[in-house]
Design a protein around this ligand. Sequence first.
Ligand code: CA
Length: 226
Amino acid sequence: MRILVVEDEKPLADALTEILKQNRYHVDAVYHGNHGLAYARSGIYDLILLDIMLPGIDGLSILKTLRKEHITTPIIILTAKSEVSDIITGLDAGSDDYLAKPFSTGELLARIRALSRRSAAYNEEILTCGDLSFNKSAMELCCGSDSLKLGLKESQLIELLLNNAGRVMPKNLLIEKIWGPDSDAEYNNIEVYISFLRQKLTFLGTGTQIRTIRGVGYQLEENCEK
Ligand code: CA
């Protein structure tokens, strides 16, 4: 799960990033409203923590713009206690939740879990497609009585493919979701990991396969024609 932090108080943004990373989230932080909007528009985030008072475009305008553009990423507004009227405005503008600063780490993590539970896919511990299953916390890929441990990138990749089984996943979307928008990971990085995964699928003898859609990306499919 990838989280965007938009917060101009750098020490707070950095502390949030650190806490979220320790809790196994992937995090990008930006400190300016304009960057916040640009990153949020990429559509690669599963959740956004959004401060209201920002240099450039303010948080509420970012929120309104995103909702107007039908970007439905869950958003938690971060706000100072003195800005309670802004909170009401924020909820009206389509934010999903808010946290008044200062907030505790426990409270933040609980809110994130609550929001991610709403999108059921993140809540499922075991993802399946055909006879293939993947245990997220054990990072284990299984078919019948056989199972294999996956590395971190392979796990992220198979999780994305399983959450979108049957759908074509563009290469650049996979790269941005796994390596982040600023990474210099290239197409061949993803090809290497796809080939690792294919070897493992073959080893497990599953009917589920990763199809290459030439010039676009990849699609996970069960029981490809032999
Ligand atoms: Ca601020």
